[in-house]
Design a protein around this ligand. Sequence first.
Ligand code: ADP
Ligand code: MG
Ligand code: MG
Length: 530
Amino acid sequence: MSRLPEWPPSISHPELEHLTNLATTYALSHGLLYLPPHPPSGAPPPTQAPSSAIHAPFSIFPSPFPRTLFEKAQRLQRAYNSDGAEVGAGRVDEFTGELWKIWKSLRDEGIEQELQLGIFRSDYLLHASDESQPMLLKQVEFNTISSSFGALSERVSALHNYLYASTGYFNSSPYLKPENFPPNRTTAAVVEGLVAAHYAYGVKDARILFVVQAGERNVFDQRWLDYELLEKHGIHIIRQTLPELASSAHLSPTRSLLISDSPQSPPNATEISTIYFRAAYTPTDFPTPEHFSTRALLERSRATKCPSIQLQLAGGKMVQMALTKAGVLERFLNGDGDAQADGMFAFGEEEVREVRESWMGMWRLGDNPPAGSATPSGMERAAMNHANLVLKPQREGGGNNVYKSSILPFLETLPEREREAWIAMELIEPPVSVGGWLVRAGSTGSSATGPTGGGGAVKSDIVSELGIFGWALFGPGQVGGAAQTKDVAKNSETMMRTGEGGWLVRTKGRESDEGGVAVGFSVLDSVVLI
Ligand code: ADP
Ligand code: MG
Ligand code: MG
């Protein structure tokens, strides 16, 4: 398939108004929500119990996606779940360097918990550079920390199913029918990973710790995981920020993580089985050295981390770039013999080829050719090819990239010592001529960029980014199949468990370069398979 159908299907103004009304009401009554924006700057984030919410931004129609590529993205996740840590992060920026230091000193001291949990989200765009060629699936990035929007994404799928059930989408497109809406059970899939880690820890009455940001607006996405853990599995959680943990968390002599002084925990300190990070991925989560000390204390504990610092670093863009080098992926996916014999990494050449095929070209800005060679440096290549590139630092959370025409002026002012922290990546070119009706809470249409429809829906040219969730609970023998001692690998051979099944679509207006829903550039969406 080389083209997507004309989208969105055409409907009348009253039909759009009706759909928008049904959709916002459904979102508000089914927990497809954010906390409202904070009061104007300067005011501290509210600490009292919330009293109101707004619906998350969403798309009225699901966005078209080729069935074969959707299935391929899910197939690839199996390989990515095994594709763990242990690629050196090399020389990096200050924030990554601090985390790296913590990890190194703990490794020297001796790691108390050999198991780690990864909840991953691999993000893709459709690539259609040439209309005479079939569309391809290309990876944007691989997230190993705080992979969010799984629970809300399930609710957007439910919303689109409901709009179909209620109105048939006014027969506006032959594609819009239930057999083209793939099931979405992301909440259960993500929670399954947390449950596996909790039971592997093996202490009855232990709880799972959610480490969260103060003033987080995306709380409902997190709470749905909390409710699923309690209602389906009888597992309690404790939610705390790094500053709260600075006073409430301590280690027992055997390095069990204990939380005290919290209204959320019983009078005696509560033991933590698993630490799930929905914070601590960005420098602003660490305004003081004490925040790093708290992070180090958590890492030092016997609780299973999701992710460990090591696994967090493995999700960095620098590591993704390193994997594209010849032979590296092959070593990871094929293991070192032992893992393969266990049947854990039975990846054939075909699968390795598919993973490679999903990558765009990448290199370091800091790459320097050997002296005397005619090969251009990483900086020179970036300058020459800037029109087809995006530059990315070692950061998460959106809004950090530099695109196309902004690249040349950026390179001119980039201090030499910071080059090492950046990669250049070829731009993925999503298919043109796809549009959608996007709805944001409080939007009246007056400040919108495109034509507005009923109830604040705004028509926009769109790009849809598909994220596939997966998880892996693994021990030292399974870390990417990298060489480990045979004894360790044997001890942990039964510890590997993985799961797949969740997915998410974020759709953004074409005029905006970035894709973070939380920062207001994009909306939550689902797919209609074509
Ligand atoms: P982050 O960890 O900050 O989310 P990403 O690598 O996902 O970093 O980049 C943010 C956004 O930039 C993506 O959601 C996507 O919209 C855009 N983007 C990133 N890489 C590319 C690329 N190679 N081609 C086109 N767009 C890209
Ligand atoms: Mg990311
Ligand atoms: Mg991203």
